[in-house]
Ligand binder design. Structure first.
Ligand code: HEM
Length: 533
């Protein structure tokens, strides 16, 4: 029993169980923190001068403690776009105690993230994404250090242009399987169909083959549901501005649902993908022949590279997360958009019939001769980037750019929404118009290296030293699927079911809300050609 001389807090702590005591203690600390922050915000409102008197880029003032967080919870890209118009192409905002700089102009992006790539290529070790879910491993969330360099080198070995050439037959096969699936599930065009899960399985199978040398044989395979659920959960937990726990330190010490979800996701990823690694390792030890894949490569160099099991499980998870929802999302956006544009379909199909004919499926060698298909893909990617805010970079040194001070450890967001809708670069930016890319024969991976950043097609794959290493496989996969969909089907809206082009309000990855379309085989040749594949 506590004595009357003890302060109230001690009385409370003595009478409670350990977890209650932890909670009360955390609440008291939190209240003190909130009070101090409120005082600080009152006396030193956040503006365009930091606490040391440096001129940081201008931006919204935000609320005490939370900063601009309450304005960024739904479709944050729209708010960031609105502020870009108000504060200019380089502006700042605060989320909790973290300074963000939002970059919305291609030249500034190049000056900072490419020319000064040695400074602007790190990542913030976000509490939820980096520390809880990825446990400080992997490639996506790792700061710019030797661990990242090693993981990037290992990932690139499976994803660079030459590696992709070696497994293009896999991408080709999965694109054909997708067409067959859609034909079968849509009962030869007589039933409306939602192509989204089929596109999801196609992307999943590609990444399963690249990573684990395996695939699923139907949409009902349990791994399809599981893997797609894990990627979706990751997207929902980890958008760049999506959860306050990352930026308000005291929340990290309080029991909350976000942390529970993050821990569960970490466990699920390690169980699922770590379990698949164990399985491959056992098979290799038994002397079984295992198809060459990321995991066999990692196991072969495990000792020499000093990789532990968690390193490998998280690197594989990064492949399964980064490489599935993303490419699937572009295929899904294409399928949601195209039924509304019969004239674009017709023009694309005329091009395909002229270049490929009706006796075979289009393949990767045809791409250079199909400028209109190429332009459609770029335009889908411009209009519906799955990651409007990309994965933010962090600078490892103080930097002054055009008189604006960007302190070390600032989080830099590539504002692709504003850049993709810049009317000077893309006139009538809200119109779906593939013709705007008709003279652009570059692959997006090539366009990313153009000297003039104003000429870059789009910013979907990010920029600089952290640019997406999966862009070669992604581009090839997307081309094969979209070219074949156009070659095989006339895609129409289902009568009475208008397609809602609203983006799914995921916190990070964006895909269309569910829809159904009719995928009508263009002629009898399709079944004949598919039967031979
Ligand atoms: C349409 C498809 C894809 C899109 C839109 C996309 C987008 C992105 C973006 C925006 C980044 C951050 C770049 C930056 O920091 O500037 C990124 C990084 C990454 N992507 Fe992709 N990606 C796609 C496909 C893939 C595929 C197929 C893989 C295959 C494994 C992949 C693996 C990765 C990895 C490992 C990183 C982290 C790179 C690093 O931090 O060094 N992505 N991706």
């Amino acid at each position: 029993m506590a004595t009357v001389t003890q302060p109230l807090i001690v009385n409370l702590l003595v009478d409670q169980s350990l977890s209650q005591r932890t909670f009360i203690f955390a609440s008291v600390i939190a209240s003190v923190f909130v009070f101090v922050q409120a005082l600080r915000a009152f006396f030193f409102p956040r503006g365009c001068i930091d606490e040391n008197g440096n001129h940081i880029p201008p931006g919204p003032v935000g609320l005490p403690i939370l900063g601009s967080f309450p304005f960024l919870t739904h479709y944050p890209e729209l708010t960031l776009d609105y502020w870009a118009k108000r504060f200019g192409p380089l502006y700042s905002l605060w989320l909790g105690n973290q300074l963000f700089v939002i970059v919305s102009d291609p030249q500034i992006v190049k000056d900072l993230m490419v020319v000064n790539g040695s400074i602007f290529s790190s990542r913030k070790e976000m509490f939820l994404k980096s520390q809880i879910i990825f446990a400080g491993r992997g490639i996506t969330a790792t700061p710019y250090n030797d661990r990242w360099r090693k993981h990037r080198r290992l990932a690139t070995a499976s994803l660079n242009a030459r590696a992709v050439d070696d497994y293009t037959h896999v991408l080709d096969y999965e694109a054909t399987v997708l067409i067959k699936d859609l034909l079968e599930h849509g009962k030869n065009g007589t039933l409306p169909i939602n192509p989204q899960p089929h596109a999801g399985r196609c992307s999943l199978n590609n990444m399963l083959t690249v990573t684990f040398g395996t695939r699923t044989d139907s949409i009902e395979h349990p791994l399809v549901t599981k893997a797609l659920r894990l990627s979706r959960e990751f997207m929902n937990c980890t958008g760049p501005v999506s959860n306050m726990t990352d930026f308000v330190t005291f929340l990290q010490y309080m029991p909350n649902y976000t942390i529970t979800r993050g821990k569960q996701l970490h466990k699920d990823l390690v169980q699922t993908y770590g379990g698949m690694i164990n399985d491959i390792e056992s098979r290799m030890k038994r002397g079984e022949k295992v198809p060459e894949c990321l995991v066999t490569n990692l196991l072969n160099v495990q000792e020499e590279e000093g990789l532990d099991h968690l390193d490998m499980a998280i690197l594989c998870s990064a492949f399964m997360i980064g490489g599935v929802e993303t490419t699937a999302s572009i295929m899904q956006w294409f399928s949601a958009l195209i039924p509304a544009y019969p004239e674009i379909q017709k023009k694309a199909q005329d091009e395909l019939d002229r270049v490929v004919g009706r006796n075979r499926l289009p393949n990767v060698e045809d791409e250079k001769n199909l400028p209109y298909i190429h332009a459609i893909i770029k335009e889908v990617e411009r209009c519906h980037n799955p990651f409007w805010l990309g994965t933010p970079h962090v600078n490892t040194q103080d930097f002054t750019y055009r008189g604006q001070f960007i302190p070390k450890d600032t989080v830099l967001v590539l504002n692709t929404y504003t850049m993709h809708h810049d009317p000077h670069r893309h006139p009538e930016p809200f119109r779906f118009n593939p013709d705007r890319f008709i003279d652009d024969s570059t692959l997006s991976s090539e366009s990313a290296t153009l000297a003039n950043p104003m000429e870059r097609d789009h910013w979907m794959f990010g920029v600089g030293r952290r640019i997406c290493p999966g862009m070669w496989v992604a581009e090839r996969e997307i081309f094969l699927v979209i070219a074949r969909l156009l070659w095989a089907f006339r895609m129409e809206q289902t009568p009475g079911e208008p397609i809602d082009l609203k983006e799914y309000d995921g916190l990070s990855g964006r895909s269309p809300v569910p829809f159904r379309i009719k995928m009508i085989p263009r002629d009898d040749k399709i079944a004949e050609v598919l039967a031979k594949c």
